[in-house]
Ligand binder design. Structure first.
Ligand code: HEC
Ligand SMILES: [Cu+2]
Length: 322
């Protein structure tokens, strides 16, 4: 073989390697997953980009900054800590997903009445796809509840029910009322009517039967769960629903101006005691229909939603005697 022939063959090989390495390099960069995300208030477009891709097990590097006011960045159903997204500053975070799926990132700072609309999605692919997770529909769907219909309480107590007082009569209560299934599927006012009609409890006064209803609630929640619910409620819900659940948070007036609705008042027995945990779950997962109530399905894990619901009933029931 002539020298020039060898040289030209080498050049061809080098050329082929070069051509091959271009897509490889792009792939490598994507694999590194460096994405710059700009935050803007929902009115000015929200997150940009608002949809990104990532691979299971491959670190995703995010560079976050704000084009207007201070925002916060968190990823729903992940344990990534919340980070601040400040104007004129670049915050870097790295996350690695270990499960495929669609994750939602959202703003955690109350930047305005449409704050909760600042959301985007991360499509995570790859990983073991051999065992697709069976997803069971949420309880409100299984029970076929119409979560948009009014649900006035069919009975209300004359005094604030206390789980602690109820505990004194717990021995009289059939254990079927204490199951998770019963608790979640029945509004407190329905539970009251069921218990009131139970011959085994006929010797109890009406307030004492209400105390047993509070006892059923407390038995199906935990102090830790209610504390977590309280923390999440303060951070995500109180700006509309009010710090003490009265529906009078700082944004309640602007929600009303936008939608004609007010945030639900959880301190009103006629309203909350007519709602089962399953119904509240439906509202929280799906949100309202143009009412201003955001949907939280992509943000919280199922158990977390039950914890928030457990906390919401503390606006009606005492855990300890007052
Ligand atoms: C931007 C304002 C806003 C925020 C934030 C908000 N809500 Fe609401 N919520 C509303 C409005 C308005 C309603 C009443 C209309 C409706 O039911 O759709 C409502 C209704 C509800 C209901 C239905 C109550 C019932 O008796 O039918 C539940 C439950 C609820 N919110 C829970 C939450 C929880 C939990 C959070 C936080 C994780 C939250 N909301 C955050 C505005 C808000
Ligand atoms: Cu924001």
């Amino acid at each position: 073989m002539k020298r020039s022939e060898i040289l030209s063959r080498l050049l061809v090989i080098a050329g082929v390697l070069l051509v091959l390495s271009v897509p490889l390099a792009v792939h490598f960069y994507e694999g590194q997953g460096i994405v710059e995300i700009h935050g803007r208030m929902a009115e000015s477009g929200g997150w940009s980009p608002n949809s990104i891709h990532a691979q299971v097990g491959v670190p995703l590097h995010l560079r976050l900054t704000s084009d207007d006011v201070m925002h916060g960045f968190a990823i729903g159903q992940s344990d990534m800590p919340v980070v601040d997204v400040a104007p004129g500053k670049m915050t870097e975070v790295t996350i690695t997903f270990n499960k495929p799926g669609t994750y939602t990132y959202y703003c955690t700072r109350w930047c305005g009445p449409n704050h909760w609309r600042m959301r985007g999605t991360i499509e995570v692919s790859g990983g073991s796809s051999d065992a697709p997770q069976p997803v069971s529909p949420p309880l409100y769907m299984t029970l076929n509840l119409n979560i948009d219909a009014p649900h006035p309480a069919i009975a209300t107590p004359t005094e604030r029910p206390s789980a602690l007082r109820g505990a004194a009569f717990a021995a009289m209560l059939s254990s079927s009322y204490l199951t998770n299934d019963y608790y979640r599927a029945h509004s407190p006012s329905q539970a009251y009517l069921d218990l009131r009609a139970d011959p085994a409890l006929s010797s109890l006064s009406n307030p004492n039967v209400w105390d047993l209803v509070a006892y059923i609630w407390q038995s199906n929640t935990t102090p830790e769960g209610r504390a977590e619910g309280q923390r999440l409620f303060a951070r995500n819900c109180s700006a509309c629903h009010g710090e003490s659940g009265g529906g009078d948070g700082v944004f309640s007036a602007s929600v009303n101006a936008q939608t004609g609705k007010f945030p639900a008042n959880f301190t009103d027995p006629a309203s909350l005691l007519g709602a089962s945990p399953a119904l509240l779950q439906g509202k929280i997962l799906r949100g309202g229909m143009g009412t201003g109530m955001p949907y939280w399905g992509p943000i919280f894990e199922n158990e977390t939603i039950w914890s928030i619901i457990g906390y919401i009933y503390t606006f009606q029931f005492d855990e300890v005697q007052k």
